[in-house]
Write a protein of this length. Structure first.
Length: 143
């Protein structure tokens, strides 16, 4: 019954257009207080759940992509892949895969790549580059 009331409280606050974080936090804190759990323990559980290495890795990989774009590494890698693979039929797909492999090699993660540069600098169909980039996103080192 208490889970139903908790869910209804969240849905009601979301329907009233309360921000999502507060819509979840408010009824959850009321529930924790009603069962006798202290607020300090609740906050400690929340902080410990968010203090994990995998959650820290995602923003750092995004930061790596931004720094590579701003620093010019992404453009240099794109130009190199275009010079090597651009003359081949379907060269944009090969360039997109090459840039993806290059970034996954540099960062050590298969999902940390910056294909955005390849799509924005190309005058060809960006849907093709997006499809090739999505397919090549899983290539590279796995950790």
């Amino acid at each position: 019954m208490s889970l139903l009331l908790l869910s209804l409280g969240i849905v009601l606050l979301l329907a009233l257009r309360v921000p999502v974080a507060f819509a979840f936090l408010g009824p959850s804190l009321v529930y924790m207080l009603s069962i006798g759990q202290s607020v300090g323990m609740s906050l400690r559980l929340i902080v410990n759940a968010t203090a994990s290495f995998p959650l820290l890795a995602v923003p750092l990989f995004i930061l790596l992509g931004v720094l590579a774009n701003r620093g010019g590494i992404a453009a240099l890698l794109f130009d190199f892949a275009l010079a090597v693979l651009g003359r081949v039929r379907g060269g944009l797909g090969y360039v997109s895969v090459g840039v993806s492999v290059g970034f996954s090699w540099m960062s050590g993660s298969a999902v940390a790549d910056a294909r955005r540069s390849a799509r924005s600098r190309s005058r060809r169909c960006s849907a093709t580059a997006t499809r090739c980039g999505s397919a090549s996103g899983s290539r590279g080192p796995r950790r």
